[in-house]
Design a protein around this ligand. Sequence first.
Ligand SMILES: NC(=O)c1ccc[n+]([C@@H]2O[C@H](COP(=O)([O-])OP(=O)(O)OC[C@H]3O[C@@H](n4cnc5c(N)ncnc54)[C@H](OP(=O)(O)O)[C@@H]3O)[C@@H](O)[C@H]2O)c1
Length: 254
Amino acid sequence: MTEKTVFSLQGRHILVTGASSGIGLNICRSIVTSGGKVTGVARRVDLLSEMVKELGEDNASFIEADLASDAGIEKVVAGIPEINGLVHAVGISKLSPLKFIKRQSLEEVMNVNYFSMVLLLAQITRHKKLQRNTNSSVVLISSVAQQIGTKSSLLYTGSKGAMSAASRVIANELSSQKIRVNTIEPGMVQTAMASEMEDVLSKEAIEKDKAQYPLGYGTPEDVANAAIFLLSDASKWMTGQSLTLDGGRYKLLD
Ligand SMILES: NC(=O)c1ccc[n+]([C@@H]2O[C@H](COP(=O)([O-])OP(=O)(O)OC[C@H]3O[C@@H](n4cnc5c(N)ncnc54)[C@H](OP(=O)(O)O)[C@@H]3O)[C@@H](O)[C@H]2O)c1
């Protein structure tokens, strides 16, 4: 029998949003590999069904919900048992120079990236769905974008900045129940979201960006490994923190 390590999620049930692709999907896989159970949330039922098929019905389940709506958030909260953790990986990205930004796109990105996180956590805590005093853990997937000021990224950067700032308040409020809250702030990770950038930016611009990552672009598995650390007892003294994962992009400068 394999010995249980401090990174084990055995006996833990984790809710993962954005579970149908990319980072969220890989976090679901890593949770199950680490011995935990997972409930994934997203809108694409075909992909969520594949996730459950791959991980096994004893280990994984899903709830189809649009987290941009109150109804979707209520459906998720009503559908889950008491959980030991949440990974909020739902997110969209939109590029636009400041002068073209309108209320509609601002509301759309804030709604999916920021309001969903606040409103989901508000409901989860109000309905006591996150186990208290047992080292439950909340992991919010923010972005390194919120630490810098990339041109045309205001919609996305603003939403992630709001998420990272709010995470510290939430961490403080939930600390009395020994519920920990931390963010992961990744640089460029190869997922569908990154591919969308390839549709907008030139090949040269992407190659130039890639060359600035000493360890190259990240993979969804790299983010999933950090999420397991933050969900597990290995990080039980850590809350209100941001973990930057960017292959050295913004600290190791020539
Ligand atoms: N990729 C990167 O370079 C990178 C870097 C830093 C941070 N991040 C962050 O990492 C997170 C995951 O991104 P990713 O790269 O894995 O992108 P992705 O593959 O496009 O995944 C986004 C996920 O969000 C879900 N989603 C989007 N809108 C939703 C809605 N209204 N309701 C419910 N679910 C919704 C999608 O599922 P459905 O479409 O099925 O609903 C999908 O599962 C995001 O928060 C992103 O900002 C990504």
